[in-house]
Design a protein. Structure first.
Length: 639
């Protein structure tokens, strides 16, 4: 049979898997039901169930952002339903059409909503771990941690001015002076500020508590019984507050995350600070804070008369610049790439205009070089890695030439306060970059003469780091705050010098100054012990104890002592005076050129392969790292 008529189209039965309209309707109904469970009862009427409506209307989304706050019971849900802006007065942020997007962000590894805002890319609502209901798991009463205004005045007067050193390289936030901290007291303001502002103020105050002198008398304070315990309580409460996604959906929440990351770094937990910063960068991009500076420049060029809009754009740009600056600082410390995409691929062309912009420009260049070092460490080819290292060293030399020769000279007598110490700390960071660039070749120089210059430069950079740390720590008054990041850099430099204390090797350079390495190491341990009273004493004791045990191990010429410890950038190592027996090595998980070979018996034996170099993140928190165990027996300890 030859029938030329076309075959009838197959009619899809509603309710089957192939029915696209039914699938759309099911997805929409499920989203509406999720919104009705999540949003307050007053907004459920705005969510429609028809196919022509979006998943959430702008009014419903704005009301959802402005009414669900983490605070005490009197604050939550008291906002007017007609309020359509967030806590900072900004317009509602373009999170995309799906309300569940922010809560599935980390499960889907998404950084932008540009390609997901359309109807065809809508995400199905997920409520696994980051739904607004998760806020109920963090019953944080921030107001209960706020001290009295009189006690705040006493503490701020006694503490050091820590804003100066950070505003030199980072953009100042809403609190940038001592008087601003007093004026921003939550109980001093009318009306009461938002929960995010209260949390940020508490973190500012906790950082101030870290700078109190050792002889500070806290008995005169009525609401602060123990400043050290208050710092820990503030960190715990604000960390629980930031753990929910809702606070980070506002500019105030981003600023709170920035200062909390600073506090975490000051307490000796830079890995926690790095995680907070990366999360804040993601939400800041969703709020379009990364475009604020460009939009502000265009508005000024067009002679805009809207002063409120200009102030808002300027505030957004300041928060983003401070966030990226902190991101750069942590990337320099942790040997990790920066999170801000504007700094990942190319050097920022920021022309230095004054002293402050010069320091910011230098930190930006250092962050660019740090990213290249991270890229170098990912290379599998030894030849490519050596070529990239040569280019990195050349860029470091060019950056050093941007400042005069006198600027790089260390003058201890010129360090009077935190402001004059800022250039010295920046020099210390520059030398730390040199250590990172040359470190993979330091242990190879004994067997390969072409790496001799790398070993010389690495050893000299370690000495420069220790000298500048000792100068800053001893010249500043007792109790003045110095970031825990410096101790991490110093600990690495001390270990490198101790591992090369024998002068018999040809590639080790002679000491080029009046002080010997032994004197320099001893002075460094004394300086570490002079940490501020508010910092963790156990952290500094752990560092000094680890260095002492390494020295005792090296003094045991019979090889009877073995020390196991974990070092930043080196990972977990075992140190013994005698060379270990040959052990079959497994397949390394890092580039083969980055693994230092076993040293000969006349110098030092490293009897454990450093497989986790250089990205051992657990080695960078004080509660997990910087441990050392003196086993005091012959041979290799069991692994």
């Amino acid at each position: 049979m030859s029938d030329s008529s076309p075959r009838p189209a197959k009619k899809m039965r509603k309710g089957t898997r192939s029915c696209l309209e039914c699938r759309k309707r099911k997805s929409l109904n499920g989203t509406v039901a999720w919104l009705q469970r999540t949003l307050p009862s007053g907004t459920s009427g705005r969510v429609g169930s028809g196919p022509s409506l979006h998943v959430a209307t702008p009014d419903a989304r704005d009301h959802h952002l402005s009414t669900t706050r983490v605070a005490d019971g009197a604050t939550r849900g008291s906002v007017d339903s007609s309020h359509s802006s967030n806590e900072t007065g900004d317009a509602a942020s373009p999170f995309g059409a799906e309300p569940a997007y922010l809560h599935s962000l980390f499960n889907n590894h998404v950084l932008s909503t540009a390609d997901r805002a359309g109807e065809q890319h809508r995400l199905h609502p997920t409520t696994e771990s980051r739904t607004p209901d998760a806020v109920e798991h963090y019953p944080v009463d921030l107001c209960s941690q706020v001290p009295s205004l009189d006690d705040v005045r006493v503490v701020v007067t006694s503490a050091a001015d820590w804003w100066t050193i950070h505003n030199a390289v980072l953009s100042p936030l809403s609190v940038d002076s001592k008087q601003a901290l007093i004026d921003a007291h939550p109980h001093h303001q009318t009306p009461v500020p938002s929960s995010a502002k209260t949390a940020a103020w508490l973190v500012y105050f906790a950082i101030t508590l870290l700078q109190l002198p050792r002889n500070f008398d806290s008995t005169e304070l009525s609401t602060i019984a123990d400043p050290g315990r208050l710092v820990q309580r503030i960190f715990t409460h604000v960390n629980d507050f930031i753990s929910a996604d809702l606070p980070l959906q506002t500019r105030d929440g981003i600023e709170c995350a920035i200062v909390l990351a600073k506090l975490s770094s000051y307490l000796g937990r830079p890995r926690k600070a790095w995680l907070l910063t990366r999360r804040a960068v993601t939400f800041a991009q969703l709020l379009n804070l990364d475009r604020a500076r460009r939009r502000c420049t265009r508005a000024r060029a067009s002679n805009s008369t809207d002063s409120f809009k200009l102030r808002k754009l300027e505030a957004n740009a300041t928060v983003w610049e401070s966030l990226t600056g902190l991101d750069r600082f942590l990337s320099l410390l942790l040997h990790l790439p920066v999170a801000a995409p504007s700094s990942l691929s190319q050097r920022e062309q920021a022309a230095p205009r004054d002293a402050q912009n010069t320091l910011q420009h230098m930190m930006g260049e250092q962050a660019y070089i740090a990213n290249r070092i991270c890229y170098r460490d990912q290379l599998d080819s030894e030849r490519d890695a050596e070529e990239e290292t040569a280019s990195i060293v050349e860029d470091l030399a060019k950056l050093e030439q941007t400042q005069s020769a006198t600027w790089w000279n260390l003058d201890r007598s010129g360090i009077h306060d935190i402001c004059t110490a800022t250039p010295v700390l920046l020099q210390m960071t520059h030398r730390y970059m040199a250590i990172r660039a040359h470190l993979p070749y330091l242990f190879k120089a004994k067997d390969n003469a072409k790496f001799g210059n790398n070993a010389l430069a690495c050893m000299q950079a370690c000495r420069d780091v220790l000298r500048r740390y000792f100068a800053v720590r001893t010249r500043l008054a007792e109790g003045v705050f110095l970031s825990r990041a410096c101790e991490i850099q110093v600990f690495l430099a001390c270990v490198v010098l101790l591992l090369h204390r024998d002068r018999s090797s040809e590639y080790l350079p002679p000491t080029d100054s009046w002080e010997s390495d032994a004197t320099l190491l001893n002075n460094t341990k004394i300086a570490i012990s002079k940490a501020a009273a508010g910092a963790s004493d156990s952290f500094t004791e752990m560092l000094v104890s680890a260095l002492d045990q390494i020295e005792h191990c090296l003094e045991a010429v019979d090889g009877s002592r073995v020390v196991q410890l974990r070092v930043p950038l080196l990972g977990a190592i075992s140190i013994s005076r005698s060379a270990p027996e040959s052990i079959p090595l497994e397949i390394p998980t890092v580039p083969f050129w980055a693994i230092p070979p076993t040293m000969s018996s006349e110098t030092l034996g490293i009897d454990e392969a450093i497989w986790d170099w250089p990205r051992d993140m657990e080695a960078l928190d004080d509660e997990l790292a910087f441990w050392s165990v003196d086993t005091s027996f012959h041979g290799i300890p069991p692994t």
